[in-house]
Design a binder for this molecule. Structure first.
Ligand SMILES: NC(=O)c1ccc[n+]([C@@H]2O[C@H](COP(=O)([O-])OP(=O)(O)OC[C@H]3O[C@@H](n4cnc5c(N)ncnc54)[C@H](O)[C@@H]3O)[C@@H](O)[C@H]2O)c1
Length: 414
């Protein structure tokens, strides 16, 4: 079987994680990397690990002519420009098969729509990378509970959290570049996985109809003077002027269009979780049965005492966003697989080989942007919003949150 030639635009945090995932993915090679910020190191890693011999490019258009698939793995504010270049190259004859985009598809609904339109315009197959829907721990639990879900009725309450101590690049902290704070960054994961857990067996990812959203956004840690100063020094953002939320929680209600039954997803996301490192947790509760995931529980623990602490300065090799390098440490031996990066990449490659969209296409990404933006709107209005209301639906289409406009102080300090 031939291999699919993959090109990475972006060679930062997620590109490196996906490259490590590719060690476990069949029928693809890393053939090209956009030459900027860490590209050379990533190319060396690819060669050392036999993922391919990637060439470095300074032109998106040239990459389109070299690759079968391009993956947009760059900061959120760069999406449209890059996709316009891809679309133009395909119009001019590049034979690209598919395009992958990391979450979120856009910072607003308008941006996500533009991404969908640009891909449709040139008939490109798409994959929206929402890794959590590809997590084996979640899907194995849902599979294991299939008889109970069928006999007793569907899961009616899903809970999901994604929490760590804060992101690693300046642009994430700047709400105008990122599109908001932790709700934009990680709420998209938590809302999507709640919907997935609640979806009845065999139904499409958008089967459940969103009917209501309530949400709160808050600045619990990084708005305090001491931490504002740390942010300013390290990332050059001033949270006294343009803050973003470091905590968000809410409830989204869905309706089963066949039975009318209402089910709920409760999501919580934070950038102020000062524990070992990244924690994803998911709960699913149905009548008489339940599932629970906590990615900080690992079969592997290591202990590093004070005397030996020097030897473990690079705590992030143990766990994403690790905060400590001594004591009893949780270690996940295969994070790329645990978080779903391996499965999402394999799914995109397999689907593009068959000439079809991935399990999660960009329309799905757009749907998720709609829910995240509805959450911001609900938090701003301080009330539950009705997602079936035509006026609200219309308002959402052109909505951009005050936080994403750099006016977060009006919401978070009042
Ligand atoms: N699914 C997940 O769990 C997950 C985790 C982290 C990041 N992400 C997403 O991945 C994307 C990238 O995040 P990251 O953490 O890798 O960021 P990063 O800051 O670590 O890396 C960004 C990369 O993009 C490059 N870049 C910046 N502007 C560019 C441009 N205009 N053209 C080409 N390259 C450019 C940088 O040089 C760098 O290589 C974001 O959309 C983020 O939301 C997803």
């Amino acid at each position: 079987m031939k291999t699919m030639k993959l090109g990475f635009i972006g060679s930062g945090f997620i590109a490196n994680f996906l490259a490590s995932a590719m060690k476990q993915v069949r029928h693809c090679e890393l053939a090209a990397i956009y030459d900027r910020g860490g590209a050379k190191e990533l190319a060396s890693y690819a060669k050392e690990n036999k993922l391919g011999v990637p060439k470095l490019y300074r032109s998106v258009s040239d990459m389109c002519n070299e690759c079968d698939v391009l993956a947009i793995l760059t900061p959120n504010f760069t999406r449209i420009d890059i996709m316009e270049q891809i679309s133009k190259a395909v119009k001019e004859g590049a034979s690209l098969k598919g395009v992958i985009c990391e979450k979120p598809l856009g910072r607003t609904i308008a941006e996500s729509k533009k991404m969908v339109d640009l891909a449709h315009d040139v008939n490109l197959r798409t994959s929206y990378f929402e890794n959590q829907l590809h997590m084996n721990v979640v899907n194995n639990a849902l599979q294991q509970l299939l008889p109970q879900r069928k006999a007793m009725g569907n899961i009616t309450l899903a809970r999901s959290t994604e929490e760590h101590a804060g992101p690693h690049s300046s642009w994430f902290w700047d709400p105008t570049q990122q599109g908001g704070g932790v709700l934009s960054d990680m709420g998209c994961h938590s809302i999507a996985i709640c919907r997935h857990i609640l979806t009845p067996p065999g139904k499409s990812p958008t089967f459940l109809e969103p009917v209501a959203m309530q949400c709160e956004t808050a600045l619990l840690k990084w708005g305090q003077p001491k931490y504002r100063e740390m942010l300013n020094k390290k990332y050059g953002v001033d949270y006294s002027l343009t803050p973003a939320e470091d905590f968000s929680t809410g409830v989204v209600t869905f309706r089963n269009p066949e039975t009318g039954q209402l089910v709920k997803g409760q999501f919580t996301d934070s950038w102020m979780y000062d524990k070992q490192g990244l924690r994803l947790s998911m709960d699913g509760l149905g009548p008489g049965y339940a599932m629970e995931v906590n990615t900080l529980i690992s079969p592997l623990e290591i202990f590093i005492g004070d005397e030996a602490a020097e030897g473990a300065a690079d705590a992030e090799t143990a766990l994403e966003k690790s905060t400590a390098s001594r004591g009893l440490l949780a270690v996940q031996p295969n994070e790329a697989h645990l978080y779903g990066y391996v499965n999402e990449t394999q799914d995109a490659i397999d689907c593009f080989f068959e000439g079809k969209d991935a399990f999660l296409d960009w329309e799905y990404g757009l749907e998720t942007t709609r829910l995240v933006q509805a959450a911001y709107m609900a938090a701003e209005c301080q009330k539950t919003i009705d997602l079936t209301d035509e006026t609200i639906k219309k308002d959402l289409e052109n909505y951009s949150s005050l936080i994403s406009q750099g006016r977060g102080a009006e919401v978070l300090y009042s």
